[in-house]
Design a protein around this ligand. Structure first.
Ligand code: ADP
Length: 169
């Protein structure tokens, strides 16, 4: 049987418990998962690409050792369908939060289907505890000195604290 390869793309600026929850669900559906970290210069990320790739890789070790599913983390730029094809992924995984994500994701699927109809997009919902978490708000809370411990993995909380304690040059 051919291997089912899934691709979970995102900006992961930073990785949150919402993302981790989606990844834990996605590995139940595929034999191999590629996490595509978008360069996303337009979004002006807080963490640079190398930092985001390292941050995601670190959290994936535990999931891989617990599930046996190979997870690779790769940076990407350009069209999602081209990247999916280049890594041999037939399934794109996206997380869906109530209302806010729908319109954008709906349009993306339509456009991606027009570009490559062999790739299916699958939407997963995170556990209710994590549904309201958004990277943008996590950054805002951390910047204002709030506690983000319940929204992100421990290591990410440390990295955020470090980022916001660095003097602005
Ligand atoms: P993008 O810039 O592609 O939206 P993100 O890193 O913000 O990148 O999100 C990656 C994916 O994870 C998207 O499909 C997004 O909807 C999903 N996601 C993010 N946070 C959550 C959450 N709390 N619950 C479920 N899905 C989420």
């Amino acid at each position: 049987m051919t291997k089912r390869v899934g691709l979970y793309p995102g900006t992961f600026d930073p990785l949150t418990m919402g993302h981790v929850d989606i990844i834990e669900r996605a590995v139940k559906l595929v034999d191999e998962l590629v996490i595509g970290v978008a360069i996303n210069r337009d979004k002006g990320p807080l963490f640079n690409l190398d930092e985001r790739v390292a941050m995601v890789e670190r959290e994936m070790r535990l999931i891989t050792s617990e599930t046996g599913v190979a997870i690779t983390v790769k940076p990407f730029e350009g069209l999602l369908v081209n990247f999916a094809e280049s890594v041999g992924a037939g399934i794109v995984v996206r997380g869906l939060r109530a209302v806010s994500d729908f319109e954008y994701e709906f349009q993306m699927v339509g456009m991606n289907q027009a570009l490559n109809d062999d790739i299916e997009t699958v939407f997963l919902m995170a556990d209710a505890r994590y549904q309201s978490i958004a990277s943008r708000l996590v950054k805002e809370i951390a910047r204002l000195g709030g506690d983000v411990a319940s929204f992100v993995p421990d290591n990410v909380a440390k990295l955020l604290a470090k980022k916001f304690s660095e003097p602005v040059i």
